[in-house]
Write a new protein. Structure first.
Length: 56
């Protein structure tokens, strides 16, 4: 549940910042950008958690 909350905060932050960056007045580009960034972050988190190696 903690991970989902962090993803939602990241998505909301990306959406708000990209809305101010694109300055078009529509939600299409910021929504697409925030969604793609969230998918990228989730993929990187999955790859990092899958490849945990130990020296033991």
């Amino acid at each position: 549940m903690d991970c989902i909350r962090n993803y939602l905060i990241t998505f909301a932050g990306n959406f708000i910042f990209s809305y101010y960056i694109f300055e078009e007045g529509t939600f299409a580009k910021p929504l697409m950008f925030a969604t793609l960034m969230l998918l990228l972050i989730m993929t990187i988190d999955y790859m990092k958690s899958r490849n945990k190696y130990t020296l033991d």
